[in-house]
Design a protein. Sequence first.
Length: 394
Amino acid sequence: MRLPLFAMSIGAFAIGTAEFVVMGILPTIAASERVSLESAGHLVTFYAVGVVVGAPLLTLATTKIPRKPLLIGFMAFFAAANLATALAPNFEVLLASRFIAGLPHGAYFGVAAVVGSSLVPFERRARAVATVFFGLTVATVVGVPLSAFVVDQVSWRLVFVAIAVIGVITMLAVAATVPDTRGAIPQSNPAAEVRALNSKRVVLTLVTGMVGFGGMFACYTYLTPLLEGVTGFGSAGVAIALVAFGVGLTAGNGAGGQLADRRPVSGMYTCFAAIAVILLVMYFTVASPVMAVLCVFAMAFASSAVSPILARMLLDSAQDAPSLASSLHHSAFNLANANGAWLGGLVLGAGFGLTAPMLIGAALALAGLVLSFSLAKAVREAPVEAPRELVLAH
């Protein structure tokens, strides 16, 4: 069942590039559109808000549609929206196109996670989901650094044309490899999906992710100007740091999949604590090129490792509404994205300097750690058993 997971992972690569690439080329877009760096940061926020809005609405509106054609439809929507970004005639339309591009993001991942987990035995669900998400992390190794490096030679708009093309490739790959999952994934309806979310575990998982993930985004959103203005990197140095970030995300995603299946609670504690410590170390050492790259890698590793853990907790907590719960994981992730970008922009706009967002990030990670203790208590109070009907094939 590796080919279907790989096909869905191509879509994750396209989405990951679309989500993270703006952060790598933010100064270029700001200069091109003649807006401030703080205003350009709203492109990150608008995309994140699109994810937050689209994930639950599109998931609830499509509960009766078979999963395979739904994956293809979401990717067609995504490709068209990114083409609109490439053709945007002004900054206002650019903002709107970013919001629209974010709408299918969480819904696609929600459906892909459920389909992927239905293809493997229960005890390997988190690793299957991590495989689907693998394309997102690879995007940060290849797509984002490459875009940051070549954007001075080509228009930033061509980056979004390429993303749209990858979206079309995903549609073809899903059509060719993903099996029909009707009968393997229980049929649902909007009311049943919403009722299944009436769980303390679900709410705490979402809130913990929404707060704790913000630690990474407060720093990463403004990473390129930070590396240029404080560390002294040129375009090649920034590209190297972004590759380190992507490698960290990829390695962390794999480690998180293992932790999610074996020691999810202790893994969650460790990850949030590590994010906070790393950002504090980075605050004091970012002027050193070596320390800057090392901290970027470590921040990405710890942040990515906690994602499969929370995704697994959501799937386990809302087994009667796996698509909605999984899509809301991405809503929480992108609320963290929006909050981190917004709070980081506030301290920049207030004149506290390019390093200030790292302190905001450390505080958000510590808040996520505090919330994780309540989540762990809820997990212990409501253990989950393996549902045999969710496994399509071994």
